[in-house]
Design a protein around this ligand. Structure first.
Ligand SMILES: NC(=O)c1ccc[n+]([C@@H]2O[C@H](COP(=O)([O-])OP(=O)(O)OC[C@H]3O[C@@H](n4cnc5c(N)ncnc54)[C@H](O)[C@@H]3O)[C@@H](O)[C@H]2O)c1
Length: 347
């Protein structure tokens, strides 16, 4: 067997322990050899989980990069701390997989891409939703030409009551934004991927913060809630004439939660939930439903890690390159700018 790839982790909290670790653990040709986290308790917990020796656990990730001769770094820090660790890991000669959202501004994402290019290392953004069975099926329909030219989409990821009571998602200096960064980034990435990454040109959006400081809705000290949004809605135009409607929330007085990606092309349409292909057959508009494994949370993370390692080993293109995350980031920046200025903005 080829020499095991040495993996270091920066940010050993919930997503690493719960979702990335099973992916790394399943691979025979990699080994997590070092961990870095500013919180000693999280470091200790993760070290026990992964069997990493205390001398390879660091509260300063730069020391880990200097000492541990790593091949790969897995960046799982809060959103505002993706860019620095990613750039420094590239400078240390490592391939990098970083959690979503890639960064918190166009400038940051550009910096991360440039650092990867400069180091000539692989850069993947962990957009795990691309790798669920339902979304892989949607990609197969697109690749088989069943949608034709996709020109319209509606993305809805609403939680009526779902302000995160864990982590630092509600803190602006840690997460940059609310449900747009936490949730919308997933469905936006997925839609752009399925649409073939058209060039976004303009965004018109609004966001609201009306409910999240009610004790019945938010389990945190309300003073911690410093992100500007709990509900956001927007309209995105692309240079090929396509458009997307988007809505996302952590709190809204809606009758139910939604998790819908609907895309329409000139040959057919599709939606993810329930997974349905829509086509005219024998002159009749026909819905074809397909059964897939509905619960793919952890499995999709494992698949993303498997594909990343395969790309590193075989010199393949990144399964989710930074350049694709940059398009999503331009839209996210556009959503906040448009909402703040009260008009459509170019992105
Ligand atoms: N793909 C998904 O479905 C999904 C789900 C949840 C979270 N995430 C993403 O994963 C990231 C982390 O989220 P989480 O839920 O694991 O949060 P978390 O708070 O549980 O874990 C983050 C860890 O990073 C550590 N940390 C913070 N700053 C650091 C620094 N400078 N150096 C080293 N360690 C540092 C914290 O101490 C903490 O242990 C976020 O970007 C989030 O958007 C993705």
């Amino acid at each position: 067997m080829a020499k095991k790839l040495r993996v270091g982790v920066i940010g050993s909290g919930a997503i690493f322990s719960g979702a990335h670790w099973p992916g790394w653990q399943a691979l025979k040709d990699v080994e997590i050899v070092a961990l870095a986290d500013i919180k000693e308790a999280n470091l200790k917990k993760a070290a026990e989980l992964c069997g990493v020796a205390a001398e390879n656990c660091f509260t300063d990730y730069k020391t880990m990069l200097k000492k541990c001769e790593l091949d790969i770094v897995d960046v799982c820090t809060p959103n505002c701390f993706h860019c620095g660790p990613t750039v420094d890991s590239f400078k240390a000669g490592c391939h990098v997989i970083v959690e979503k959202p890639c960064g918190t501004s166009v400038k940051e994402v550009e910096k991360m891409i440039a650092a990867g290019k400069e180091a000539d290392k692989l850069f993947m953004v962990a957009q795990s939703l691309r790798f669920t069975d339902a979304h892989l099926a949607m990609k197969r329909w697109v690749d088989a030409g069943l949608l034709g030219d996709i020109y319209y989409g509606r993305l809805s990821l609403l939680r009526p009551r779902g302000v995160p009571a864990w982590g630092d998602f509600i803190v602006k200096d840690m997460s940059a934004g609310g449900p747009c960064y936490d949730l919308a980034v997933h469905v936006l990435d997925l839609a752009l991927y399925l649409m073939g990454h058209p060039e976004p040109v303009a965004v018109s959006a609004n966001y609201w913060l009306k409910l999240s400081n009610k004790p019945s809705i938010m389990k945190h000290d309300p003073k911690r809630y410093t992100v500007p949004d709990e509900l956001a809605a927007g309209f995105v135009r692309f240079d090929n004439g396509a458009s997307l409607i988007l809505e996302t929330s952590w709190a809204v007085n809606a009758p139910e939660g939604t998790y819908n990606v609907f895309l329409a092309g000139d040959k057919g349409g599709m939606q993810n939930n329930p997974l349905t292909l829509v086509r005219e057959e024998a002159g009749l508009l026909t819905n074809t439903s397909v059964q897939v494994n509905p619960d793919q949370g952890i499995a999709s993370h494992s698949e993303e890690i498997r594909l990343f390692v395969e790309a590193v080993r075989k010199g393949l293109p990144s399964p989710v390159p930074g350049e694709q995350a940059l398009l999503t980031q331009r839209i996210l920046d556009g959503i906040y700018k448009s909402a703040e200025r009260g008009k459509e903005v170019k992105v």
